[in-house]
Design a protein around this ligand. Structure first.
Ligand code: SAH
Length: 396
């Protein structure tokens, strides 16, 4: 095994069990390693620190598989890690019996670059690092064993693969394509999941609890769901007894899937739902001009800032959208607002939302802080694992 020797003093983050080694902390490679190969990581003084996947093209030059200097990284390693990841979720009562569930949340489950979401009997896997890509077969075998699922589909078409020098890869890795689109039941609502064509692995499982909360808040309310995608929040609002639900997205296919999802739920009052294909920023300005108001508004935009470098431009977009949201609320109304940008932390997000409320001339308070569901854990000491942050804000 080749050895990756760190610069003097650069072993600190590894000592704290941070899973990434940036290019700037790496001194030299002793021996030969290709992208994705496992290397032994050593401090400058020769002390072994663990084993990592080498990624020469990436600024994240290596990702630790293990901090146990004696642990082998082989098929059995992936079997163990995946079984543990599945078992952890089984142990949490709130996740038991979910038919749509994240099984592996990358670094936070000790498997850098590996995402796995299960929808019914189908698992969708996304491999985003050179190391994860290399161990594809072991990962698929581990998932089949631990979940008992019938099929595995690969959705490794995330842009971040480019940073690792990897091409996109998609297709069935185990089993065959199902005759019909997989469906899940989330808090009583049936949702079809387009694993091949949907966003990410097909569905935003991390918002499960927040969609349920929206349902609980919706009785008798006029609801505006911005960036609705396939209607997850919209359908929970209808299930919760909303008086009306207007949902906006700029994607025609997402809206078509949303309407199809509504049709899968004959128990919901379809007549209360309205779908609008539009740019949210433009639509909200139109509503403002028309003097249209809502009791409950959801803002769940796409990632405006993939990294800290984009934070400033993202901050402006969050400010705009939240300002518009605050202006469209009835007295006593609620704004449920999110950021899934890695580059915008909770503190900054809260500042932006506070500024938006102030500029909209609304007195407001945070009723609740919101985060991702329990199948999207964040490893202690790995703040990069925290993507989704949200605020439930009530205006006077
Ligand atoms: N809330 C959804 C997930 C939202 S994903 C859920 O719970 O499933 C973000 C969505 O925003 C995507 O569907 C994308 O098509 C849409 N989108 C991105 N930019 C937009 C814009 N400017 N106007 C309207 N929709 C937009």
């Amino acid at each position: 095994m080749a050895q990756l020797v760190l610069m003097p003093g650069k072993e600190r983050s590894a000592m704290k069990r941070h899973p990434w080694l940036f290019a700037g902390s790496v001194g030299r490679l002793e021996g030969r390693a290709r992208p994705g190969d496992t290397v032994e990581v050593l401090a400058d003084d020769g002390r072994p620190l663990g084993r990592a996947a080498y990624s020469p093209r990436s600024q994240i030059r290596a990702r630790f598989w293990t901090f146990d200097v004696d642990e082998s990284v082989d098929d059995a390693f992936f079997k163990r890690r995946i079984a543990a990841s599945v078992a952890r979720r089984q142990a949490l009562p709130e996740l038991r019996g979910q038919s749509g569930l994240r099984r592996i949340h990358a670094e936070s489950d000790g498997l850098p670059g590996v995402i796995a979401d299960q929808y019914g009997d189908t698992v969708v896997v996304q491999l985003t690092s050179a190391g994860a890509d290399k161990w594809r077969n072991a990962i698929v075998a581990g998932l089949v064993k631990a979940t008992g699922c019938a099929r595995v589909y690969e959705r490794s078409d995330s842009e971040v693969r480019g940073l690792e020098g990897l091409e996109p890869a998609t297709g069935w890795l185990h089993g065959t394509a199902p005759a019909t689109t997989p469906t899940i039941v989330e808090n009583g609502v049936t949702m079809a999941v387009d694993v091949a064509g949907g966003h990410k692995t097909g569905f935003y499982l991390d918002q499960r609890d927040n969609r349920q909360l929206l349902g609980r808040l919706s009785a008798g309310k006029s609801v505006l769901n911005c960036f609705c995608y396939t209607g997850g929040f919209s359908l929970q609002a209808l299930a919760g007894g909303a008086a009306s639900v207007l949902s906006i997205d700029s994607s025609g296919p997402a809206l078509a899937q949303a309407a199809a999802n509504l049709a899968l739920n004959p128990q919901l009052p379809a007549a209360y739902a309205e779908w609008l294909e539009a740019d949210v920023f433009a639509a909200l300005r139109e509503f403002r001009k028309a003097g249209r108001l809502f009791d409950l508004i959801v803002l769940d935009p796409p990632k405006f800032a993939p990294s800290a470098a984009h934070a400033e431009r993202a901050a402006k977009a969050y400010k705009d959208i939240n300002l518009l949201g605050f202006r469209l609320l009835n007295p006593g109304g609620l704004l449920m607002t999110y950021s899934c940008s890695g580059g915008v932390g909770l503190e900054l997000f809260q500042k932006i939302v506070a500024g938006a409320a102030r500029d909209a001339g609304r007195d407001a308070r945070i009723v609740r802080r919101l985060a991702g569901a329990a199948d999207h854990p964040v490893a202690l000491g790995f703040p990069e694992g925290e993507y989704l942050k949200g605020l439930l804000v009530q205006v006077d």
